[in-house]
Ligand binder design. Structure first.
Ligand SMILES: [Zn+2]
Length: 327
């Protein structure tokens, strides 16, 4: 492939799709564009709408001197080994859905598709904070929680590509809250944005915070309200955020102990909304590390990209086409 060849990256999330054109260097060649996922009457994400919106974008963003040679796709669901069909993406209503093959017929270009968590880790490995790092975890803590591992310089998917679901370790199946996975009391239900919001709502119900009550007004208390109240030193909000941060620090320490990691990259809405989050986790996770080596060397880093999965979709395309090497 010549140097002036580029690929289209497509990140298909549960509600939004983002597209952008990338060079093999990781440079985004044009402003990326976001549009909403449209659902058809079978409650499935409409791939034909996606194709039309993408074609529109390509027409407007034609790059002089660059040739589009293929499409890298990141999707919020599990993908088959060939990288052409989505095995399961609950948010999109796709099960055993040959999304890649349909897009191949429309665009007549090579397509490589992968789960978004793996793509985010790939972006960090190729172009981000984890360049030259052989053992790291990528985690996001936001509305939900996702993670993926790179071990020995390679993406670690496990037996079925499901590795990384640390958020679904059961903490309390009796008294815990229902989780998106259908079970109860998973770790995810304790540390994500909705968990912070719920803790805020409960504190207000117990009469512990007039400030959060006032800030929310008529609306429900959100994670953002709790974080803002924490910044204004509301005691209940401070306690909630402190507890959540401690729990996250324990999980990160445990993850590093389990896999002997060099780095953990943390992204997502919760991480970016709490000031100094990365530094706090770096500090507190030390208390839970077993080995002196890890205490000295483990690095906690923020994510490099505003949408790592989009960058990763491009990087994965170039790796699969032999343009980039990940070893
Ligand atoms: Zn769960």
């Amino acid at each position: 492939m010549a140097q002036k060849e580029c690929c289209l990256a497509v990140d298909i999330g549960g509600t939004k799709i983002e597209v952008g054109l990338f060079a093999p260097s990781g440079e985004m060649l044009s402003q990326s564009k976001r549009f909403s996922v449209q659902f058809n009457n079978k409650k499935q994400a409409d791939i034909y709408h996606l194709a039309t919106a993408t074609k529109d974008y390509l027409r407007k963003e034609k790059q002089v001197g660059w040739k589009l040679v293929g499409i890298g796709i990141s999707v919020c669901g599990h993908v088959d080994e060939k990288g052409t069909a989505v095995v399961l993406a609950p948010n999109l209503g796709w099960r055993d859905y040959a999304a890649g093959e349909i897009l191949d017929r429309i665009f007549h270009l090579p397509i490589h598709m992968e789960v978004d968590t793996a793509m985010a880790a790939t972006a960090e490995m190729m172009w981000g904070a984890a360049r030259n790092v052989k053992h790291f975890a990528w985690c996001t803590i936001g509305t939900g929680r996702g993670s993926y591992y790179v071990l020995d310089g390679k993406l670690f998917g496990g037996a079925h590509g499901f590795a990384g679901e640390i958020g679904h370790i059961t903490i309390d199946e009796r008294n815990g809250y229902p989780c998106g996975c259908g079970r109860r009391g998973c770790l995810e239900t304790y540390i994500t944005g909705p968990a912070i919001a719920r803790a805020g709502q409960e504190a207000v119900k117990r009469g512990e915070s007039d400030m959060m009550k006032e800030m929310a007004g008529e609306s429900e208390i959100t994670a953002r309200v709790v974080i803002q109240a924490m910044q204004k030193k509301d005691p209940a909000a401070c306690r909630i955020i402190d507890e959540k941060i401690n729990m996250i620090a324990k999980v990160m320490g445990g993850l590093a102990n389990t896999l002997d990691l060099e780095m953990i990259i943390i992204g997502g809405g919760v991480a970016s909304a709490i000031p100094g989050f990365i530094e706090i986790i770096q500090e507190r996770s030390r208390d839970y590390l077993m080995f002196e080596e890890a205490k000295k060397e483990l690095r906690i880093a923020g994510e490099t990209f505003s949408n790592a999965a989009l960058y990763g979709a491009a990087a994965n395309f170039f790796i699969k086409e032999g343009v980039l090497s990940n070893v």
